[in-house]
Ligand binder design. Structure first.
Ligand code: 13P
Length: 249
């Protein structure tokens, strides 16, 4: 039985005050979260010490939103996997569509970052997903397969067992336009099937999250699908009540 994972991706939002309040709010509602549900928040790196201090001793885990593929050295502005670990991170998001589209991260970069996170003992949350025009031209499966194969070809399919996959259709991110549970399930089943072609054990074990305008109102229907093992939540993870409602879904 796969555990459910609900992970917040705060993106570039928050301040010391707002993050303290958000974490207070989350902490107060944790008792009602089912013990089969893992909860995590991926914070802007500079706030990770704050998150670590406040969430230490709770069920909430934390992670970074990206990382360097390099281990250390002259890479101004970058953050290494070991630095995330130094502040107690369990997770690191890799290949988010905003990193791919706004910062030019290629499939190769994403595979290298996945490898760096994994080598350090972090769980990479690998984001995959198609653009609207790719969906409309019937290319969803090709795009998702290509993004997935970048990791499988370089690191081997077993590497996926050390991480989490997040299917995030780009057209659903921050748009209020969620994939229907059926649309999402279809792609999740495709992803699991593609992994199963290489290794059935890994396919059975790997958590596949849905992301893209998931909110308190639609989370239960999405997470109720056979191959949807939780959510990667943007906007709704900034409101404690909404985030907790999703954790309880
Ligand atoms: P929204 O939930 O704001 O659509 O963002 C989803 C996302 O990008 C999570 O990584």
């Amino acid at each position: 039985m796969r555990q459910t994972l609900v992970a917040g991706n705060w993106k570039m939002n928050g301040s010391k005050d707002s993050i303290t309040a958000l974490l207070d709010g989350i902490e107060q509602g944790l008792d009602a979260v089912n013990s089969n549900t893992e909860v995590a928040v991926c914070a802007p790196a500079i706030y990770l010490p704050l998150v670590a201090e406040q969430m230490n001793g709770t069920i909430v885990k934390w992670g970074g939103q990206t990382l360097s593929k390099e281990a250390s050295g002259a890479f101004t502005g970058e953050i290494a996997a070991s630095m995330l670990l130094d502040f107690g991170c369990e997770y690191a998001i890799v290949g988010h569509s905003e990193r791919r589209s706004l910062y030019g991260e290629t499939d190769q970069d994403v595979a290298d970052k996945y490898a760096a996170a994994r080598a350090a003992g972090l769980k990479p949350i690998l984001c995959v997903g198609e653009l609207l025009e790719e969906r409309e031209s019937g290319d969803t499966e090709n795009v998702v397969a290509r993004q997935l194969d970048a990791i499988i070809d370089q690191e081997g399919v077993e590497a996926l067992a050390d991480g989490v996959i997040a299917y995030e259709p780009v057209w659903a991110i921050g748009t209020g336009k969620t994939a229907s549970p059926e649309q999402a399930q279809e792609v999740h089943a495709f992803i699991r099937g593609r992994v199963a072609e290489k290794n059935a054990d890994v396919a059975e074990k790997v958590q596949i999250l849905y992301g893209g305008s998931m909110n308190a109102g639609n989370a239960a229907d999405l997470i109720g699908q056979t191959d949807i093992d939780g959510g990667l939540i943007g906007g709704a993870s900034l409101k404690p009540e909404d985030f907790l409602t999703i954790c309880k879904a």
